[in-house]
Structure formats: structure tokens, C-alpha cells
Design a binder for this molecule. Sequence first.
Ligand code: BES
Ligand code: ZN
Length: 444
Amino acid sequence: MSTPPGLDDLLTLLRFPSVSTNPANIGDVRDCASWLMAKLRSIGLSAEIRETPGHPVVLARNVHQAGRRTVMLYAHYDVQPAEPLNEWLSPAFEPTIRDGRIYCRGATDNKGQLMGHLRGLEELLAEGDLPVNLIFLIEGEEEIGSPNLKPFLEQYREELKCDMVAISDTGMVGPGLGTFTYGLRGIACMEVRVKGPTIDLHSGIFGGAVMNPNTAVARLAATLHDDEGRVAIAGFYDDVLPLQTWERQAWEGLGDSSAETLTLTGSPELFGEVGYTDMERRWGRPTAEINGIGGGYQGAGSKTVIPREAMMKLSFRLVPGQDPDKIMALAEAHLNAHCPKGVRLEIIHGHVGMPYVTDPHSAFGAAAQRALTATFGGKVALIREGGSIPIVQAFKDVLGVETLLLGLALPDCQAHAPNENYPIANFEAGVKLNKALLAELAEN
Ligand code: BES
Ligand code: ZN
């Protein structure tokens, strides 16, 4: 099979271990940004690195002309950690092609999709001019909640003025099925430290006389849900905008996803909030998840100890209407109210991101869907997604513009997991989609 143009550049980009959360990778993240800047300059755009208090932003543009639409493309060059490394079939940062897919951390999230934009721009520029005024903003902190990007948008508000934002960082419902995502869940993360005695204790000498922090964390964790999969925090659902009839019907029209979810997850059985379908649970309903939990002895054999501390890491996925800061306050009040006697809690707030929903039938939404049809043929699936892109609502709040989400990840691309992969066919489709999108947005 011949390699498609631009694939080499994608492989080069993938070799940078641009893990934003790990301080050990700070130089790799910057090298990745520098490579992107040089590449963007080489295709004829002006490009620069803009500093933030964290990882840098890469910002590129063409020469803007009066009377043309200004389109902002957004992508992220940072990736999630690759661990557990021993579960990768090929090295996590050495892109390896098997059966038409590129295996590498970041292949689908988000470098493969980013390079669809970039290669599309390269081809358009080689053929002549872009049909629009372009701002290409590529950040290095999406996977840590974009903590510095909203202030960045505020700082450069004038320069970043645009008519809309387009992003390829979401999924497709299946191979070859053009998918327009009109909503994302938001997120609120926190860490709970449960503190008991000031030192680890012999469980024979002191057991029975003090509250064990491990027991306390388990009891707290168990208060988060009721038996029917609902979140049991008072007020949690107060601001939730209910799913609309048209969207429930549109999703139902895509078929029942339960069997696929069962296969993809490998879980023995699905479990979730009663009264909602699999898609509704994942795309349109809020959740509370325990992402990490621990305390005490985890080594070989047994150790008779009462640990002085236990912990859990929580994240809440939020839907339109809910406010991450309010949910954080409700969760904190819930945890304090349910805290067992004999321990005290220390609650550390982590990153937050607003949920997002836009009208898929707006003029720009319709233009995006025409670009999807031009690329994939057939009907376009209108969906929301359960993942979060924290900056999207800030594009609306700071720049006053809507975001079009035209994702190219497949359900089995294993984003954030070992053996993350991206089909070469999707990379090629991304190039085509990006060119079609700019043409549609120029005219509509
Ligand atoms: N590309 C994802 C977002 C996404 C995933 C959208 C799946 C739709 C479907 C993005 O890179 C991501 O992983 N975001 C994080 C944000 C968090 C770290 C603040 C997420 O959703 O966990
Ligand atoms: Zn991600």
C-alpha cells in the first residue's frame, strides 16, 4: 500500500512524548510545539509559540483579508501518559502500523486528527490560497483541563476574533459514518484525603479503638450512588437540562449501542442509571466516578496495620445546565455530611470544564454537516459525546462563538488506553474533511 502524503509528518509528530501532566516531559512538550511551529511556517502560514504559565500555545494564521470568514481551528498536541507500558504491543511513542492503523500514544487523541487539519491546509496552500481567514490554535494542556487557555483567550481576545471554531477531537459512531457532535459533557475533579491517626498503627494493639481511614473511604465511596445508578448527592440533578425528544429519537435511530458497549468495555454486564439507554447514559446524563482509591498496605502477603490515611480521586461528568463549581461545592458538602466519626477530610479541588451544547441546525452546523456528507457520503449522525473539551464553552463565553465538533476517532481507537490507534483511512478522511469544511464555511 502506498503511504498517503503527510503521513510521515504525522509519524514524526507522534514520536514526541508530549505528556502534559508529567513534569519530566516538559522539554518534550516544548520540542513538540517547536516542531509544529516550524511545520506550519513551512507550509506558508505565519506561526509562533506563545508562552503561557504552563505549556506553550502554537498559534498560526494566514494573511487575513477583509470580507472573508474567519475560522479558528483548535487542536491539542499534548497527550495522556502512556502507562501501563507493559500492555502496549509496540512501544508507546514509536508509531507502528498494523492492519492499516497507526499505533501510538496520541494517534487518535489528538495528533492524527490535528494532522488532518494541517495536511488539509498544506494541500490547499499548495493549490493556491485558503478560502477563509484562518487562525490555527494548538494547545499543550488540553489533557490537564486547559488551565491557562481561558486567560489566554481573554488576553488575546482581539487577535483571536473569529466567526466560529472547528475541532476534530471527538468520535464517529462507526467507520465511514460522518458524525457531527453538538454537545459535550463537562467535568469537575477532586481528591479526597481521609485522615485518621497521626501514625500508622498496629491493628492488634489499636484495632477496634479508632476509625480505620480505609473503612471510612469505602463508606464514603458507597454514599455516592443509590442502587439504581443515580448520583445520591443532594441537589446534583437540580440544574440538569433534560434530554429533548428529538435527540432521544435521533439517537434511537442510530440503533441500540448496548451490545457494542459491552464488547468494547469487556464488562460482564452493563450498569447505569435506570430509565436511560446506553447512549443517553454516556452522552446526556451526569455521573460521579471514583477514578482512584487507596490506602494502607498493598504489597505482597499481609500486614496488620491501620493506615493513618486513605484517599480517593473523584470526577463528575456534567451535562448542560450544570455548573462545575456548584457541583464541586455540593459534593464537598455531601462528603463532609457523610464523613464517618473518627476521621477528618481534606478535599482538594482539581480541574473543571464546562459542559457544552450547540444547535446542530444552525447555519454553520448545516455547513459542517455538508462537509461531512462530502467526505463520507450518506447521512450524518447527530450526537453528543460523554468526553470533555474544557475550552469549548470558553470559546463561547470569551469570543462569543459556537464550536463545530467534527470528530474522526472510532469507538475502538483506545484513546487514553494502551494500544491507542488511528486508522490511516481516517487520517486521509480528515484531510478531505478539513478542505471541504473550509470551503463550506467560506460560503455559508
Ligand atoms: N478528545 C478528548 C475528549 C473526548 C473524548 C471527546 C471522547 C469526545 C469523546 C479529550 O482529549 C479528553 O480526553 N479530554 C479530557 C479532559 C479532562 C482531562 C479535563 C476528558 O474528557 O477526560
Ligand atoms: Zn484526551
